[in-house]
Design a protein around this ligand. Structure first.
Ligand SMILES: [Zn+2]
Length: 242
């Protein structure tokens, strides 16, 4: 299998997304720098193409800008204006996207934190220069063959067929990379750096990390080496990808 970047999808050329290729995407989700550094260094050595959906500005991201295997994409968080009544009025979706664009000025791809989506939001993405929206999880066991499409807003919708945190929550059918790689259509994986780093194997494992977030030594002790986790799934995937 080959790895490709979301920004290289061409609707006029099916070979740009269909066939023997996968799209590896990572949602950064405010990952602490010491973890992000480790995960970037690990992935850089592998020479696979990765689309990074970025939540915040950090010096660590400068490495991503330098690497042509990496696509820097935007990952805005609309949850505060949707769910936090204390947020001041005056900050709308457009302002949130514009803030992200300050440190991802050339981003062509966008995915909302929590996959927040709506028709006006897609229109705002187009108005602010985005070409690809990656906000739809269509699990492979229900949707065996996916494809990208241009919707009425003008944006190209790029669904993903697997997501690490969903796998952790509903781990009744562990992923088989070998099986999934033989499936037809568009294959987009969604990982989070924290789950690759911790090799997360259950939701309670992840919740332990959230309690210790600020304590670097304690977090290091939480790295899972006993159970099959998301880091193992990632390793299995990249061992099959060039
Ligand atoms: Zn997120």
């Amino acid at each position: 299998m080959y790895s490709r970047l979301i920004e290289n999808i061409d609707l006029a050329d099916e070979s740009s997304w269909n066939g023997d290729q996968v799209f590896i995407t990572l949602d950064i989700d405010w990952c602490p720098d010491f973890i992000l550094n480790e995960v970037i260094a690990y992935i850089e050595k592998l020479e696979v193409k990765v689309t990074w959906f970025t939540t915040h500005k950090t010096i660590v991201l400068d490495n991503l800008f330098q690497n042509s295997n990496f696509e820097l994409a935007a990952h805005p968080n609309f949850n505060p204006i949707l769910f936090d009544a204390s947020v001041e009025k005056g900050k709308g979706a457009k302002e949130i996207i514009e803030q992200i664009k300050i440190f991802t000025p050339n981003a062509k791809s966008i995915r909302s934190h929590s996959l927040t989506q709506s028709s006006p939001l897609s229109k705002a993405f187009v108005d602010l220069g985005f070409k690809y929206e990656c906000n739809l999880l269509l699990p492979q066991k229900f949707f065996p063959s996916l494809r990208p499409w241009r919707d009425f807003s003008g944006i190209i919708k790029v669904p993903h067929f697997w997501e690490d945190d969903v796998d952790i929550l509903f781990n009744d059918n562990p992923i088989s990379i070998k099986k999934i790689s033989k499936s037809a259509g568009l294959k987009v994986f969604l990982f989070h750096p924290i789950h690759i780093f911790l090799n997360t194997f259950s939701n309670s494992h992840y919740l332990e990390y959230k309690k210790l977030l600020q304590n670097q030594d304690a977090v290091m002790d939480l790295i899972n080496v006993k159970n099959k986790g998301i880091g193992d799934v990632f390793k299995e995937l990249i061992e099959n990808v060039h």
